[in-house]
Write a protein that binds this ligand. Structure first.
Ligand SMILES: Nc1ncnc2c1ncn2[C@@H]1O[C@H](COP(=O)(O)OP(=O)(O)OP(=O)(O)O)[C@@H](O)[C@H]1O
Ligand SMILES: [Mg+2]
Length: 260
């Protein structure tokens, strides 16, 4: 019997030049925050940007982009019309299903949903489609890598060694599916308490930098912890839009510049 190549169903999305995944092995490190701010920062630099929330079980994009309770419409070509904010085209399961309802699906349904998000959305012409992934190295990550050729992946982490463990897993996963790792974004790198100027380390700085250096993996950004980032996420206005001159907005903007 011929062995099946799991990547043979890979198909580019017409009009979409690059697809980049935002990932991490660990939950809650700021993937969605990085994805939304990076998308807005890339759009500010003139790129045509799409952002797909691939966190089917826990979509964050509707809240973080101020599109909560909005629903998408279907165009004449039977494709879903993405929403648009901050000049970024947005798609999330939250625009199809009531936000408060739990999605209780097994693998095959997930694969199908991913297929629809990639093929049945009128993405149009895009320089880059960012995909915000759920934490871990499971069905959704694999499904994405199988369905479309990814230009690369970004791994998001926090500085401490318990997070490094999960970065290693994410890096290993992308290597196995032959997706180039564009680099690591370190989030919540430092904090400047109100009224002070000295940086405080929120998490103990671990062996991440030396580990990455030894393997020739780039650190493409360090984002400070700032309450404004979280407030922006809750209010649906990413900090690069709401407070563009802040250090945290600049950090996202620099990552965008590096990616370009
Ligand atoms: N740099 C930051 N400064 C302050 N708060 C932050 C920062 N980055 C993320 N947060 C907050 O931390 C929480 C987790 O962030 P986020 O949802 O982006 O993480 P995630 O990795 O996408 O989580 P999940 O694994 O659940 O998808 C959010 O409340 C967010 O507002
Ligand atoms: Mg998330």
């Amino acid at each position: 019997m011929a062995t099946m190549n799991p990547f043979e169903q890979q198909q580019a999305i017409p009009g979409v030049k690059r697809i980049i995944a935002v990932s991490s092995g660990k939950g809650g490190v700021g993937k969605s925050t990085v994805a939304v701010n990076l998308a807005a920062a890339l759009a500010k630099r003139g790129l045509k940007v799409g952002l797909l929330d691939a966190d089917i079980y826990g979509p964050s994009l509707p809240r973080m982009s101020g599109t909560l309770h909005q629903k998408v419409e279907i165009g004449a070509d039977k494709k879903l019309i993405p929403l648009e904010r901050f000049k970024v085209k947005l798609m999330s399961i939250g625009y199809l299903i009531d936000e408060d309802l739990a999605v209780v699906w097994r693998g095959p349904m997930l694969f199908k949903a991913m297929d629809q998000f990639l093929r049945d959305v009128a993405w149009g012409e895009l320089d880059v489609l960012l995909v915000d992934l759920p934490p871990g190295t499971g069905d959704i990550q694999l499904s994405l890598a199988q369905k479309v050729p990814l230009s690369g992946a970004i791994a998001v982490s926090t500085p401490q060694d318990v997070a490094l463990m999960d970065v290693k897993k994410a890096i290993d996963m992308w290597a196995r599916v032959q997706v180039p790792l564009l680099g690591v974004v370190e989030n919540m790198s430092w904090f400047v308490p109100p009224g002070q100027t000295e940086r405080v380390q929120l998490f103990p700085k671990g062996a991440m930098d030396s580990w990455l250096r030894e393997r020739g993996i780039a650190k493409i950004g360090e984002v400070p912890f700032h309450p404004g980032v979280g407030i922006g996420a809750e209010a649906g206005i990413p900090v690069v839009e709401g407070d563009p001159t802040s250090d945290e907005a600049k950090a996202f903007s620099e990552i965008a510049a590096r990616l370009i």
